[in-house]
Design a protein around this ligand. Structure first.
Ligand SMILES: [Zn+2]
Length: 293
């Protein structure tokens, strides 16, 4: 949210109508960060203020932006961690550049709910953002991400699992028509498994999680069977996840009826090239013919 204030203003903060502030207001404290945007260039942070609805502060500058810190508990102001500058700047650009072109779409999505036709199961890797790679709009992709884009096999034990919940919602409620398992080059999770190095974290959760690709490692063959072992393992893992998807009864039924299609894809981080999995290996999408809606 952005609040625009006139230059050299006395700013009366009245957040009562803003639902987002309700949490902290109930606790009698909130924090807002004021950033001056003078001349459209540097956007220095003016400072932090605290108070409740009706607080008055004086602000010098052309514009100010107010952002709330929402938390389950209202911390003392000294403990309030500043929100990352990069996110504030990015959000500001989103409001100026993208929101105006997407406003109607957001409003429509808010009214009718989401109905994406594609689910993507991708890696947490910050370089492999499905929405960026496929240049999608809000509401078009239903995305679940985890380390190394893995889908464990179905377990009817009632296990509480993020992938299972997302999958169930996507297939049974949203009724997506496609599921894409999106792997990528230079996957740190795959490398962690392949190198069997020391645990990457004290809890060793990554190694425990990556043990799920044991079957994929068998499929990829021995390390010395040829070059590009990591690529083979990354792509074998995609195949394994696709097979695991079919262990979910409702996925198998949807595929069987033709309502759902499963796909594998692989993103080359260095070149930006996307490959899709086919019977005989992977085919680059770079030369694919554009499809007009
Ligand atoms: Zn990865």
């Amino acid at each position: 949210m952005r609040t625009r204030f006139p230059a050299l203003s006395t700013l009366k903060v009245a957040f009562a109508p803003m639902r987002e502030f309700a949490l902290n207001q109930r606790a009698g404290i909130f924090g807002i960060r004021l950033s001056a945007n003078e001349g459209g260039g540097a956007r220095p942070t003016v400072g932090w203020i605290k108070g409740g609805a009706g607080t008055t502060v004086t602000h010098r500058g052309q514009y100010a932006y107010a952002f709330a810190h929402i938390g389950a508990k209202a911390p003392a102001m000294a403990e309030l961690a500043p929100f990352p500058d990069r996110l504030i700047d990015g959000y500001r650009d989103f409001l100026v550049d993208r929101m105006p072109t997407e406003r109607d779409r957001y409003q429509e999505l808010a009214k009718r709910g989401q109905s994406p036709s594609v689910m993507v199961i991708g890696c947490c890797d910050s370089r492999v953002s499905p929405e960026v790679i496929f240049d999608t709009h809000p509401g078009e992709l239903f995305v679940v991400r985890n380390i190394a884009n893995l889908v464990p096999a179905y377990e009817p034990s009632g296990l509480c699992h993020g992938v299972f919940a997302a999958l169930e919602f996507a297939v049974q409620v949203l009724k997506v028509q496609h599921i894409v398992v999106l792997g990528h080059a230079h996957c740190g999770g795959i490398r962690a498994f392949a190198e069997h190095g020391p645990p990457l974290s004290p809890g060793d959760s990554i190694h425990k999680w990556m043990s799920l690709i044991g079957p994929a490692a068998k499929r990829a063959g021995p390390k010395d069977a040829g070059p590009d072992y990591l690529t083979r393992l990354e792509q074998a893992s995609i195949s394994e996840s696709l097979e695991n998807l079919l262990t979910f009864p409702y996925v198998a039924a949807a595929v069987q009826s033709g309502a759902l299609m499963l796909h594998g894809a692989y993103f080359d981080v260095a070149t930006g090239e996307v490959f899709v999995r086919e019977a005989e290996g992977y085919r680059s999408l770079v030369q694919a013919e554009p499809v007009q809606a």
